[in-house]
Design a binder for this molecule. Structure first.
Ligand SMILES: NC(=O)c1ccc[n+]([C@@H]2O[C@H](COP(=O)([O-])OP(=O)(O)OC[C@H]3O[C@@H](n4cnc5c(N)ncnc54)[C@H](O)[C@@H]3O)[C@@H](O)[C@H]2O)c1
Length: 315
């Protein structure tokens, strides 16, 4: 298996690359170093991966289809894990067209290059945001109906639809994975846990938005396991990858207070684009892939705090 990871310098991509290297796979990374967060941080991720084995890295934008094609041809890629995207709900409210460009057109380029170059399998990183604000919980795969709250979520839902179109056109295997709020060492600096840890380590006040909110926080190793199971599977499908253990914001704050007893919290109004809560139904991934999340929130947060204290300069 020659595996290309788009967005390979990012949080999830670099963890996945490390795991695949450990499993003896040939891994190729591609990333544009989009300035959503710092290039230095992403270069650090690549360096960490390259310390564990020979990995080719291409600085390449998925919006440049011929550059993408050249990488797939040169490296004889048969499997693509497409993680490259502009993530995050709030910036997508400000820059909707940019999100549609990267997440929809970029995904179209990946899918069409994959089809034209004979790639056998594409794994697409979708998001729990495709469920929008729902009354019933937990969220099962069939419940996504396109009624989303942000251009980011719409871009992921649209890109999922393109996955089905290109699967039909080219007959390759496509697996859509809906990740639920991923955290852990190297967590993205623009997500709640990343922001909180950066501020807490600087003794700054943290802000929480809205009340009664919760997220199905999923530890990075569990997400990576889910992707690896998907790479081993032989059938196209869509799966939730979550922990099936939602954590209220109040519970997250209580956990953080154990490490930062002097923590100061400012309560702010809820923000547009954010759903109130998420809770993954993971029955399908459990039964069809053998996926089983194994890191509790308490344990995962402890590992993340230890990492953040050691790498405060990177946060
Ligand atoms: N982290 C989460 O909680 C979460 C939840 C749901 C879905 N996802 C999805 O998982 C994927 C990976 O997320 P992440 O948290 O690792 O984010 P990340 O920002 O750390 O990684 C994404 C990478 O894509 C790269 N990229 C952006 N635009 C590009 C382009 N045009 N060409 C090539 N590379 C480009 C960025 O430079 C970045 O390194 C994304 O598709 C994201 O939407 C993440």
């Amino acid at each position: 298996m020659n595996i290309l990871i788009t967005g390979g310098a990012g949080f999830i991509g670099s963890h996945l690359a490390l795991r695949l290297l450990q499993d003896g796979k040939k891994v190729v990374l591609l990333d544009s170093f989009h300035p959503h967060y710092s290039r230095e941080r992403k270069q650090y991720h690549i360096e960490q991966v390259q310390q564990h084995g020979a990995v080719s890295f291409y600085e390449c934008d998925v919006l440049h289809k011929e550059d993408l094609r050249a990488v797939i041809q040169q490296e004889k890629i048969d499997t693509v894990v497409h993680l490259a995207a502009l993530p995050g709900v709030r910036p997508s409210l400000e820059m909707p067209s940019l999100y549609i460009d990267v997440n929809v057109k970029g995904t179209t380029n990946v899918l069409s290059c994959a089809g034209e170059e004979g790639v056998k399998k594409v794994v697409f990183a979708s998001s729990s945001s495709v469920y929008g604000e729902q009354v019933g919980m937990p969220l099962a795969e069939h419940m996504a109906n396109g009624k989303v709250l942000s251009p980011y979520a719409a871009s992921k839902f649209g890109a999922e639809s393109l996955c089905y179109a290109f699967q039909y056109m080219y007959g390759f295997q496509v697996n859509i994975l809906r990740f639920f709020t991923v955290y852990g060492p190297w967590s993205r600096p623009d997500m709640a846990i990343g922001i909180f840890l950066r501020k807490l380590l600087r003794q700054e006040e943290i802000s929480v938005y809205g009340t009664g909110t919760g997220r199905d926080y999923t530890y990075i190793d569990d997400i990576v396991n889910g992707i690896v199971f998907t790479l081993e599977s032989k059938h196209s499908d869509v799966y939730n990858l979550g922990s099936h253990a939602p954590v209220l914001m109040t519970e997250l704050l209580d956990e953080l207070r154990r490490y930062f007893p002097a923590m100061r919290v400012k309560q702010e109004e809820g923000r547009m684009g954010d759903v109130t809560s998420t809770w993954a139904d993971i029955t399908k991934a459990q039964t069809k892939l053998g996926y089983q999340p194994s890191v509790s929130f308490e344990e995962g947060l402890e590992r993340t705090v230890v990492w953040a204290r050691k790498h405060a300069h990177l946060l």
